[in-house]
Each structure stands twice: as C-alpha cells, then as structure tokens.
Design a protein around this ligand. Structure first.
Ligand SMILES: [Fe+2]
Ligand SMILES: [Fe+2]
Length: 252
C-alpha cells in the first residue's frame, strides 16, 4: 500500500538515491569524435556485439518500470525512489548506444539473428514478483558489465572505451541497489522461493550460452571468445550468489 507520508528512514536507500541523482550525466560529457584507431572490421564486429547490450538496456528500462510499482505498493518508498533514478540511468545508456551506432556508422544485428535475446527478455517477464525481478536485473547488470568491461579494455582511448567506463560507474550503483534490496528480502523468503532464483539464473545462463555461440564470429574479431565471456560472467554471478547466501541451498 502506498503511504501518503512515509517516514523515509531507510538511510541506505536514501544515500544511494542521493548518489544516483548527483551522478547523472548527459551525452555532452562524451567525446563522440574519438573513433580513430577503430578499424572497419572492428566497427562491424562492435555493431554486432553491442546489439544484445543495446536491447538489454531497453530490457533494463522495462525491468525498472515493472518492479517500481510493485515495490512502491509494498510500502517500500525508499527503494522505489532509488529505482526512479535507475530508470533514468538505463534510459541514458539506451540513448547513448543509439547515438554510438550513428557515430560508428554501423548497424545492430537484426532481431531475428538474436532470438536468444527475446527468450531472455521473455524469461525475465515470466514472474510477477519483485525479488525475482531484482535478481534478474542483477544478472542483467552483470551481463552488461562484462560487455562494457570488455569494450573498455579493448578500446581504451576511443569513444567506445570512454562511454563504457562511464556507463560502468552507473552499473556499479545498480549492483549496490540489488545487493541491498536482496539482502533485505531474502531472509523473508522460504527455501522454494529462494531456489526459484537459482532456477532463473540457470535458465538465463543457458540462454546466454546459445547467444555466445551466435556471437563467436564478431568476438573473435575483437580477440575475445564466448567461453572467456561466460567464464567471467559466471564467476561474477557466483560471487553474488555466495554473498547473498543462496549457494548453500544448491549444496543441501
Ligand atoms: Fe544499463
Ligand atoms: Fe543497469
């Protein structure tokens, strides 16, 4: 239930909200002209590899707008406040990638070439539960982080690297949100509901394995491989799962 005048005492979320506001930035803070040194084949490969991230930013906007009303109507005003700032971050990431395609003068993959992204999207939409959503958003943030991290490493002094590094700062805040929210909610959940989170993780990873296979060609152009990508993402996800205390459930 929405409260007219909530007490707003949850300092952790309020601090995160303030950070979210203060860390806003716009397209004018990126030097879009820095494309020197990115060869044509690499631009084409980037066009294909950015596609899942591009769609992922839109999925993230959708995720935030799906989960915000659930959390606000649960009477959790502070995390709902933070989510509103996160929605703006995801909108900025979406807008920036839209602009980057024009700057690089390449096309994203047509959606029929990436059916896994639609499966991923559909899997996230399956549950109408805020904790499932936030956990799905966390995995999606880690997915974006692995891509942006790889781009930043491979194109450090170009528009691609600079944009990626800046975006990663926003993504780090999103992970801090998921961490706090899941830590609050997990103790209230029964073992079956917790186990469903791991089922979601496994389903999303199965989809990502197929997606990686499809992206092998452009990844090789950038000296990258689906195995390397998935190993890093899995390692990251496992660290979170352990940190949230979910892993012991798989062992019992
Ligand atoms: Fe994002
Ligand atoms: Fe995010």
């Amino acid at each position: 239930m929405i409260h007219v005048d909530p007490s707003m005492t949850d300092e952790e979320f309020l601090r995160l909200f303030e950070k979210g506001i203060q860390a806003q930035w716009g397209t004018d803070q990126i030097d879009w002209g820095l494309t020197e040194g990115i060869s044509e084949p690499k631009k084409l490969a980037l066009g294909q590899l950015i596609t899942p991230v591009y769609l992922g930013e839109q999925t993230a906007m959708l995720g935030v707008s799906a989960v915000l009303p659930m959390i606000l109507t649960n009477g959790q005003a502070e995390p709902a406040l933070y989510l509103a700032s996160m929605g703006l971050d995801e909108a900025r990431h979406f807008r920036n990638l839209n602009h980057l395609y024009r700057v690089l003068n390449v096309e994203p993959l047509p959606s029929r070439r990436l059916p896994e992204m639609w499966r991923y999207h559909a899997r996230l939409l399956q549950k109408h539960d805020p904790v499932q959503w936030v956990f799905g958003i966390l995995i999606s943030d880690l997915f974006a982080k692995t891509f942006y991290g790889g781009f930043a490493e491979r194109f450090p002094d170009t528009v691609v690297g600079r944009l990626s590094r800046r975006t990663l700062q926003d993504e780090a805040r999103h992970q801090a949100f998921s961490d706090r929210y899941l830590n609050r909610m997990l103790p209230t959940m029964d073992p079956d509901a917790k186990n469903e989170l791991l089922v979601l993780r496994d389903d999303l990873f199965r989809i990502m394995e197929k997606l990686g296979e499809r992206l092998r060609g452009p990844m090789e152009v950038l000296d990258w491989s689906p195995e390397e990508f998935l190993k890093e993402l899995w390692g990251d996800t496992e660290r979170w799962v352990k940190r949230l205390g979910l892993v012991s459930l798989t062992e019992v």
